[in-house]
Design a protein around this ligand. Structure first.
Ligand code: ADP
Ligand code: ZN
Ligand code: ZN
Length: 733
């Protein structure tokens, strides 16, 4: 006898319940996850989706009803997404309910939180109005109108800028002076941007386009588009998307984070106008739901957004683009720990859609699959406008120290900055990793001061306090190392604030902008700072990895990469890959336009291949070295690896539970085929007051890992000792 788990109402408020039914003889072998069926339910007959099939029912089989019929013509958008959820649940190891909740946006009853966009109703009358308001001494109102002269803005920003209460905006709106729009604001705001005609492709771009189109005609494998920043990848996405739209299909475009890639969004809107919608992390759940519904109902046909946009319920998606495909943000940290790349490929397979992955520095994993012929590799070799790659130079910081210069800015960098500033050009200083670079270290014993709740390095702030950037914990500055008592504590305290201070001391005349988590907390913080700098305001922009992407900075001719190799210290097999990507992308910001640029890479490891290849902008060289390392160590993509992270409020309980888990794994794997290691404290050994510990599993074949995972899951489910331990699987790529 076969049983099916059926979900009866996807639009339900809480998508947390499936129901078991018996599969009648006549339907045996015909059902699969996603099949649309009719089932008896509460005295009625309703439509439902099969989400799982199995030989064991979830409750007393005698009480189960039988599935009514299989609706053969019932395949819908929902059924394909259910099938995708079923795949995710099996592939990444999560419950079906969690997978369904990831795939379907849940409608919640909640007050709609919207960001209002305010603009002048009749801009042509603004000057006269302003004069009148001033005459009547209606100062708050006058300030509001004045602030809007140059164009509309989000309400929050207006209140701050004009120093007015929300009441003033309401009054002016009632008087018909201001227009306030409260939904889909960002879309509307940018949809007013002039629509641009398509650009003429260069020969190289055209060749790449033809290669992709011929792949579509032929095997239609996922395309891996490698092209340096500025080579026209975005332009190609626009071309490909427009072809798909012409066929009456829709497009999903994933980008790492809207705030950082605002220009990409704007370009899609400029090309496709009202047909574009986008998701971003600041939308409320209600707004998100509305966007998704607009997509389902055919009111929009291009969705741009972060990884969750992958699940946009378009009726017939024809292409999924993943820009900057190497970015970590495509990997979900929550169960199911899916990767948008693989999941996109699966969804495309279910929908018959094309997949295009783009990057200047593709993930080693994707490059490997391209090498194996699973992906079609397409190259955009040149930057648009023939501006060439920036010259790069590495500065050995050990030599600097030996020469008595212990500062974060090398002599060479200061010299170059002076030249560039004298020419009235701009400088970007890129500081690798915030938490890292601001950490408080003892220079005698090497101890790092960490957060007692989160076990990550605390960062020293200007006010002297040490702050945890995960949970906000802060403590007073210490004078002596808590471990060895040495007074040389502080050590590598280099955050963006300190760099800013130094810069101001060296170049008092220069305009300095800083971009990090602190200066970008406001709703549109990133965008404003980047726009300001791109428009030529400020001479020097200091920032963390946030500044390496997005905007085009025509006047930047010098990029300084400070502490290029700090990310090499990360305890992760991908540290070299990340370092190469960060340094390459940072260097790529120099000299994008007519002016030749220079990237200066300051490093303590000038001989490391990730630094050398980044300096030479040599992707194939890096890939070769890196694959040699992965193969030697059997790390992905050479080997298959998964982590099993346990977390619990009690450290003893966790240690005990993970110990049992390890013993169990050894029992089911007597030959050691899984190459199990651990348990060991996780990289973040404590998060939000829960201890975390990891076991790593490796396997030559995915089936071995899958089989082991299923047995481990069953073991955990059957043992009450695990009731207070959360265990999460994560397939590493
Ligand atoms: P990428 O996405 O690879 O960084 P973009 O598509 O953003 O590259 O192109 C970089 C810049 O060059 C953009 O400002 C774009 O408008 C311009 N550009 C690229 N190709 C062309 C072209 N064929 N015609 C006109 N402008 C182009
Ligand atoms: Zn010490
Ligand atoms: Zn903390």
């Amino acid at each position: 006898m076969q049983y099916a788990e059926v979900i009866v109402d996807i639009a339900a408020e809480k998508l947390d319940r499936t129901f078991s039914y018996r599969v009648p003889e006549a339907l045996s072998g015909l059902l699969q996850p996603g099949s649309v069926v009719r089932v008896p339910f509460g005295g009625r007959s309703v439509r439902g989706y099969v989400v799982a099939l199995g030989a064991t029912p979830s409750c007393d089989p005698a009480r189960l009803k039988e599935i009514g019929e299989l609706l053969a013509d019932g395949e819908t958008q929902e059924s394909r997404l259910v099938a995708l959820a079923a795949w995710m649940s099996a592939y990444y190891g999560s419950t079906m309910i969690r997978a369904l909740k990831t795939v379907f946006p849940v409608r919640r009853k909640m007050a709609k939180k919207t960001e209002s966009f305010v603009s002048l109703a009749r801009p042509e009358e603004a000057e006269a109005l302003l004069a009148e308001l001033s005459r009547k001494h209606q100062n708050a109102r006058a300030r509001a109108v004045e602030a809007l002269l140059a164009g509309g803005m989000p309400e929050g920003q207006l209140l701050k800028k004009a120093r007015i209460p929300a009441k003033t905006v309401r009054e002016l709106a009632e008087l018909g002076i201001l227009t306030v729009r409260t939904s889909e604001i960002l879309r509307r705001a940018t949809a007013e941007a002039p629509q641009l005609p398509p650009a003429e492709l260069t020969d190289g771009q055209n060749r790449a386009l033809q290669e992709i189109l011929s792949e579509w005609e032929d095997r239609d494998r996922p395309v891996l588009l490698r092209g340096v920043t500025g080579s026209g990848k975005t332009l190609l996405y626009l071309e490909l998307v427009s072809r798909v739209l012409e066929e009456g299909r829709q497009a999903i475009v994933l980008i790492p984070e809207i705030a950082l890639t605002w220009q990409t969004v704007v370009r899609f809107v400029q090309r496709f106008g009202d047909r574009v919608s986008f998701l971003h992390s600041r939308l409320s759940e209600g707004e998100r739901f509305d966007q998704m519904r607009a997509a389902r109902d055919g009111r929009v046909s291009v969705m741009v957004g972060p990884r969750s946009a992958l699940f946009t319920p378009f009726p017939d998606p024809g292409i999924i683009v993943i820009d900057e495909e190497h970015e970590d943000s495509y990997h979900s940290e929550l169960s199911p720990c899916y990767h948008a790349r693989e999941t996109a490929i699966k969804r495309a397979e279910l929908e018959g859609a094309h997949v295009v992955l783009g990057s200047a520095t593709p993930s080693v994993c994707s490059a490997y699959r391209a090498e194996k012929g699973e992906f079609r590799s397409v190259l955009l070799a040149d930057r648009f406008g023939g501006s060439g790659l920036p010259k790069t130079e590495t500065v050995d910081m050990r030599a600097e120290l030996a020469a008595g210069r212990s500062g974060i800015l090398s002599g060479r960098l200061l010299e170059k900055m002076e030249e560039v500033l004298a020419r009235k050009e701009q400088v970007m200083l890129f500081l690798n990793r915030r938490g890292y670079t601001g950490s408080v270290t003892c220079r005698s014993c090497g101890a790092v001061i960490r957060c007692p709740h989160c076990d990550i390095s605390l960062t020293k702030h200007k006010n002297g306090r040490y702050v945890c950037h995960y949970c906000g914990y802060s403590m007073r500055e210490v004078r002596n190392c808590p471990v060895c008592g040495s007074p040389y504590i502080g050590g590598l305290t280099v955050g963006t604030e300190q760099v800013e201070e130094r810069i101001r001391a060296y170049f008092p005349e220069a305009g300095v902008l800083r971009m990090d988590l602190d200066t970008t907390r406001g709703k549109s913080g990133h965008r404003e700072i980047l726009q300001e700098f791109a428009s030529g305001k400020g001479d020097i922009l200091i920032g963390t990895q946030m500044i390496v992407k997005g905007h085009d900075f025509p006047r930047v001719t010098l990029v300084g990469v400070l502490l290029a190799d700090l990310s090499l210290n990360e305890a992760d097999y991908r540290s070299s890959e990340r370092t190469f990507q960060l340094v390459t992308q940072a260097a790529g910001r120099a000299g994008r336009a007519e002016r030749p640029g220079l990237a200066l890479i300051q490093t303590y490891h000038p001989e490391h291949y990730s630094i050398q290849c980044a300096a030479a902008q040599d992707y194939p060289g890096f890939y070769k070295e890196e694959m040699a390392f992965r193969t030697l160590m059997n790390y992905p993509p050479a080997g298959i690896m998964a982590s099993l992270t346990g977390s619990a409020a009690s450290e003893e309980l966790l240690t005990e539970g993970m110990g049992y888990l390890r013993k169990y794994i050894d029992r089911i794997d007597p030959g050691g085929r899984l190459g199990t290691t651990g348990p060991a404290p996780a990289q973040i050994a404590k998060l939000k007051d829960r201890y975390r510990s990891v076991i790593y599993l490796r396997a030559a074949k995915m089936e071995h890992l899958r089989a082991a995972r299923e047995r481990i899951e069953a073991y955990i489910a059957a043992n009450s000792g695990f009731a207070d331990i959360a265990v999460q699987f994560d397939l590493l790529t």
